[in-house]
Design a protein around this ligand. Structure first.
Ligand code: ADP
Ligand code: TRP
Length: 312
């Protein structure tokens, strides 16, 4: 029996290289060895995107990006969260088990409220929906970036709480966070994030990628521009980088050019596959429909057990 691996990404904008190295690459790399579920979490995205066109377009783009980086629909399940409404049903059941003070500890909500921004009920409940995503599939392994560690821990706690109250039902999942890519830095040295506008988009145009790379903040005075190097390390080994950084000591423009060339060399073959899928919208729709049916089959069976255990 294969182990079950699941992860998700919000369709809130164009995936960036932090998403790629931190999560998407791990999901695709696991498709031979694990039973893999890759989910486009559009219910979660509603906490930030409240425009139909934008949400639909982002969703389509995330699907294309996933296919471009090597998802094989014969091997893994790629699906949209909203195609499996059981996720929201299970969220409600979990909502009634967890307390408000416990949920107030979650980062996303805490950060917003500390900055004086009013959080929606959906944002407050975000970690519970994520727990439902994970637990519905008896997921054992959840590859994510460091920022999601707490959410997977919370999913584990919810599983434990349900199991204690209603009897053994859910598997306790474990996060997998790769040390070297757990927090990919952005062009300003902070964590790369759509919300910081410091990203290098994975499938940006040449111009967009060039602009992002040339905009990397450099700290004058040192021979090695650390922010450039930290991103470069994702594309070349340190052994390969040493001679380049030796040759261009202190020449930030030349080093940025070298990084840019490596990013473009990496992304060019993937763009071809992306263009292929982009030209075949029916095929993409078919892949997502098939993924939805596979995910729904599993989720429905699990919910049958859950309803019975709960007394519904
Ligand atoms: P963002 O923070 O840009 O909005 P998401 O919340 O959609 O990105 O994240 C999707 C996945 O990518 C999550 O598993 C998250 O941990 C991972 N991820 C996001 N940013 C980074 C980063 N800078 N480094 C590593 N992983 C990241
Ligand atoms: N919260 C995750 C993020 O912002 C996305 C997500 C939703 C997820 N459900 C999930 C990740 C289940 C892993 C497993 O990145």
């Amino acid at each position: 029996m294969k182990k079950i691996l699941l992860s998700g990404i919000q369709p809130t904008g164009a995936p960036h290289i932090g998403n790629y190295f931190g999560m998407m690459k791990q999901v695709v790399a696991a498709q031979d060895e694990y039973e893999v579920y890759g989910m486009i979490v559009n219910y979660h995205a509603l906490t930030t995107v409240q425009n139909k066109k934008e949400l639909e377009e982002n969703t389509r783009n995330v699907a294309l990006d996933f296919l471009a980086i090597g998802v094989d629909p014969e091997k893994m399940v790629l699906f949209k969260q909203s195609d499996v409404p059981e996720h929201t049903e299970l969220t409600w059941i979990f909502n009634c088990l967890v307390t408000m003070p416990w949920l107030s500890r979650a980062h996303a909500f805490k950060d917003k409220s500390e900055n004086g921004i009013e959080a929606s009920v959906g944002l407050f409940d975000y970690p519970v929906l994520m727990a439902a995503d994970i637990l519905l599939y008896d997921t054992q392994v959840v590859p994510v970036g460091e920022d999601q560690r707490q959410h997977v821990e919370m999913a584990r706690e919810i599983a434990r709480k349900f199991n204690t109250n209603y009897g053994e039902t859910f598997v306790e999942p474990k996060e997998v966070i790769k040390e070297d890519v757990g927090t990919v830095p952005g062009t300003d040295g902070r964590k790369m994030s759509k919300s910081y506008k410091n990203t290098i988009p994975l499938f940006g145009t040449d111009e967009e990628i060039t602009k992002a790379v040339m905009g990397i903040v450099t700290d004058s005075g040192s021979d090695v521009p650390m922010n450039v190097y930290a991103i470069h390390k994702l594309f070349k080994s340190e052994a390969e980088l040493v001679p380049i950084y030796d040759e261009h000591k202190g020449k930030y423009k030349a080093l940025k050019d070298a990084l840019l060339a490596d990013i473009l060399a990496f992304v060019t073959p993937l763009r071809e596959r992306r263009a292929y899928y982009e030209s075949k919208p029916e095929l993409v729709a078919e892949i997502l429909t098939k993924g939805a049916a596979q995910a729904k089959g599993k989720a429905e069976a699990k919910m049958k057990v859950v309803r019975e255990r709960v007394g519904l």
